[in-house]
Design a protein around this ligand. Sequence first.
Ligand code: GDG
Length: 491
Amino acid sequence: MIRAWSKRTVLDLVRDKFSGYLFVVVSNRQPYIYKFVKGRIECMKGPGGVITALDPVMCELKGLWVASGSGEADRLVARDSKVRVPPQEESYTLKYVWLTKEENLGFYYGFSNQALWPLMHLVYVRPQIKEEDWQVYKKVNKKFAQSVYKEVKDKKAIVFFQDYHLALGSLYLKELKPDAITLFFWHIPWPPYDVFRILPQRVEFLKGLLSYDLLGFHIRYFGNNFLEAVASELEAKVNKENSSVTFQSHTSLVRAYPISVDFEGISQKAKSLEVEKAMRSLKEDFSLEGKKIIVGLDRIDYTKGIIERILGVDKLLELYPSLKGKIVFVQVGEISRIHLSQYKKLNDEINALVEEVNFRHRKGSWRPIVFVRRHLSFSELLAFYRLADICLVTSLHDGMNLVAKEFVSSQVEERGVLVLSKFTGAARQLKEALIVNPYSREEVALVLYRALSMREEEIKERMRRLRQSVRVNNIWKWIGKIIADIPLPKF
Ligand code: GDG
């Protein structure tokens, strides 16, 4: 059995490599959010893949996380804009950057999510690129850099910026502190050059990214697309052999690091009494007893293929009406970015389609689709993964997709099947999943049918191999490989 990376291996590496350095993570979204619930302040863990991946790492590294404060009670818990998190463990410091409403509109809703998000995902949603949003995007990137600078100015620092919101963070930080070592992880896809080149600000954007010392993408293909954009737009030396770019005498390493999950942590938690209790109550609440359960779980986003998934289930019941009353498709979907019209429209479309499909196939009190619109606790989430006979991931384009890896990690009894879109980064690693093209509802239906009729031994064998793959390619390997590659100056 191959020895897997663990917290221990990463900590040993950190101790070796980071002595004397402060480790800083910078992201738009905060890892913990303070809100009022029934008049009392409560702390909740933020949603999304970036936090899922980095929070356990930060708990171990005990560094500083800089993020925008968007919770209504954040200002009340912060002292000097800082708070210790997680609430009971207080392992690291969270520092808030406070954004005005205008900054949020131009930076987050505008340039990040109406221009970059659709541009980078190949889902035929037209990017809305506005010069005024770009100006705010730059201003906010500078604000983040200044906030980091205040904490690291007299220190040796390694600063790890996250995602498409903060592409220019290193540029502005290095103007203030040229010796900062900067890393960046791009959590979403990077498209082929013909798509990227429509961005009017592409040269400035690429120059910003090339101020990082290390740039990470989920898979080599995205990194190669980035290198192609650089080679086409800038007078830079692209070295494909060691995957680096030298531009204006600064070298950036460009590497692939497939993000993952804490396999051991999730597996342990999935076996806990708390999760087993949650399984019993979810079964009861949603009348799942005796049914084959198909589970989907996503932020409501047009990249996730939720409509396509519902159409696939619709087709399944049309082709195999004998399944009526025997299966239930549970879709968990938290609303996100609802202030943007495309998201509101998508949410309305999903609601209407669920109604329509449920109406078409209903039988007595049975309905094929249960839509859970609320945020689930981590235990409930794992309970759904454990209850699932099938986990259905139908993204139209996805950098990695952590849901697929969480499902595999939770499958301690090895009894579920993963149906996975070929357009996810995860599909390049999880070869024992049933791979599907979500654009074909017939294909989704047939693959679901195949999963529903799969023999127990085959299910077990596939899941055993999937678990072995995620066990080895876990979150500790992701961060460990990044840390190992950080180009520290030699003295
Ligand atoms: C981006 C990239 C890449 C969802 N609902 C609940 C909940 N979640 C958690 C899931 C999972 C995370 O949110 C979603 O992660 P994904 O990877 O699927 O997707 P994005 O948010 O789009 O993430 C993606 C990722 O960054 C990491 O690089 O994989 O490609 O798009 O962890 O479990 N968690 C809880 N309750 C919910 O209701 N507790």
